[in-house]
Design a binder for this molecule. Structure first.
Ligand SMILES: Nc1ncnc2c1ncn2[C@@H]1O[C@H](COP(=O)(O)OP(=O)(O)OP(=O)(O)O)[C@@H](O)[C@H]1O
Ligand SMILES: [Mg+2]
Length: 265
């Protein structure tokens, strides 16, 4: 059974209705990491919103393990470009929030806080408030907070866009280490094509005219990826290929009529 699935999903906004994409279909296996790339306005965030259960499609259906997604669920955790921490809670309070909402007792919450802060490299920062943290630290807390709620699926919308290259590499490495055991599935929207190749098993390239998935790049690199992979020739080749695919989408606007978006394999 597929972990996530889009079956002929159409989304339209405005009056008169204008389609973001029509009849879009794809599926994602459990443990896969998928990146969504493409020009601004092509529907990446919209796709994540449907998967998250925040937006109902105009037609078609989005499914998780064969069950239609009808609303938000703790099974799917969202990480945004803006960290979305609760400013009135400490780092501890933010990370404990999910477990607390799920009914965990005090000691269970503390175990979760300790474990996740360690895994995102923020031990000892429990008592700080968000305003005392750097942007990179806030994003780490944001990821720890989402993961502490134990979602099976992570939906990330340009999670590292606000960071400089060094911090971004750091957080990409950290995210991959969290995904390496393949127990979680992730869908990441990004404008950073190097990030897309580095994180993903497959990259969905969206177009603008029509919007929707136009190409799929399969990244056949081993799952366990080290930072040095970024300098290897196969990585550079895949990155160049992806740049070409995205540039072609931007240049052409694509000639295929709406309704014929490709089904990724
Ligand atoms: N709530 C909304 N109401 C009206 N139009 C919307 C709404 N949300 C998105 N859109 C439109 O849908 C299209 C897709 O937007 P979306 O935010 O999904 O693009 P994106 O690929 O995430 O872009 P970016 O790379 O800039 O984040 C755009 O044309 C946008 O203007
Ligand atoms: Mg977006």
């Amino acid at each position: 059974m597929k972990e996530l699935e889009f079956r002929g999903v159409s989304v339209a906004f405005g009056t008169p209705l204008s389609p973001v994409f029509e009849q879009m279909s794809f599926d994602v296996e459990r443990g896969e990491v998928i990146s969504l790339v493409g020009p601004s306005g092509c529907g990446k965030t919209t796709t994540l919103a449907v998967l998250g259960g925040f937006l109902r499609p105009s037609s078609g259906s989005a499914l998780m393990r064969g069950v239609e997604i009808r609303g938000a669920s703790h099974e799917r955790g969202l990480v945004f470009q803006e960290h979305c921490l609760f400013p009135w809670l400490t780092v501890r309070g933010n990370v404990a929030f999910g477990p607390r909402m799920q009914g965990a007792g005090k000691s269970e919450q503390q175990v979760a806080v300790k474990e996740w802060l360690k895994r995102v490299g923020l031990e000892g920062q429990e008592d700080k408030y968000p305003f005392e943290l750097s942007v990179g630290m806030m994003q780490r807390v944001g990821i720890a907070r989402v993961l502490a709620a134990q979602p099976d699926v992570l939906l990330l919308d340009e999670p590292f866009a606000a960071l400089d290259t060094e911090r971004r590499y750091d957080l990409q490495d950290m995210l991959l280490s969290l995904l390496n055991d393949r127990t979680r599935t992730a869908v990441v929207a990004t404008h950073d094509l190097e990030e897309a190749v580095f994180l993903s098993d497959r990259v969905f390239v969206f177009g603008t005219s029509p919007k929707g998935i136009r190409e799929v790049l399969r990244v056949g690199l081993p799952r366990s990826r080290q930072p040095e992979l970024r300098y290897e020739s196969e990585f550079t080749r895949l990155k160049a290929k992806l740049v070409e695919l995205v540039r072609a989408e931007i240049r052409s606007g694509s000639a295929t009529p709406v309704g014929q978006t490709v089904a990724p394999t």
